[in-house]
Design a protein around this ligand. Structure first.
Ligand SMILES: [Fe+2]
Ligand SMILES: [Fe+2]
Length: 222
């Protein structure tokens, strides 16, 4: 059960958000520490075991895409921290500090775990090295989808892997499932079913992947 937090002003939440999710240049925290600290601060039961599992399955070193955005070692971690950073900015701006504070734990969990499924499953990574016919690794697209892993949408896989260790709220589950908004399997069926947490994570994911990392987060584009 998450500890009850003292109500914060908008300025304080923005300060806390910066402290939680600022890049290493901010207060000297590296992405791994930001990721672990933010998730541990949610006090969600099972988080210690989930974090051990996340390390075991290679999340910290995984690329974020095949050749699109952050297609490099550690790219998935960097992207997840970026999404948290922008989700906190969006959440505080739209809701104000006091209201944002009520959903902060859910924002942290949904933002940092939305792409957990990109690690793959069944001891098979989602991305493997992309070796060209010449035998050389591709520079344009360093990774490719693992042909040995079935095409379960990565958002579905994120929920499956997280809920092996922690409970997600219904809103968190929806936010992770629909983090790609209209661009994924829900497509226009999402119309009218949007939720505040889902929209915050979706917009943060779009801003991080499209604007900051200059790529696309959709599987079809990877
Ligand atoms: Fe994604
Ligand atoms: Fe993403």
């Amino acid at each position: 059960m998450a500890k009850k937090k003292e109500e914060m002003t908008q300025e304080q939440v923005q300060g806390a958000a910066a402290e939680t999710a600022a890049p290493a240049a901010g207060k000297g925290m590296n992405p791994v520490d930001i990721f672990r600290d933010a998730l541990m601060k949610t006090d969600r039961e099972g988080m210690v075991d989930l974090l051990s599992f996340i390390q075991e399955i290679g999340f910290l070193d995984a690329p974020c895409s095949g050749g699109n955005h952050l297609a490099k070692k550690g790219g998935l971690l960097e992207h997840s921290v970026n999404v948290l950073k922008y989700a906190e900015k969006i959440g505080v701006s739209l809701l104000g500090g006091a209201e944002y504070n009520k959903i902060q734990d859910s924002v942290v969990i949904a933002a940092l775990l939305h792409d957990l499924g990109k690690c793959g499953d069944y001891d098979k990574p989602m991305y493997v090295e992309n070796i060209l016919k010449s035998g050389k690794p591709s520079e344009a697209k360093p990774f490719k989808r693992n042909p040995d892993l079935l095409a379960v949408p990565h958002a579905v896989r994120s929920i499956k892997l997280a809920t092996l260790f922690i409970d997600l709220t219904e809103e968190e589950e929806w936010a992770i499932l629909c983090h790609d908004g209209l661009y994924d399997f829900m497509k226009y069926d999402l119309n009218g079913k949007e939720r505040p947490l889902q929209l915050i994570v979706h917009w943060a994911d779009m801003w991080a992947s499209r604007v900051i990392e200059c790529g696309s987060d959709q599987e079809g584009a990877e």
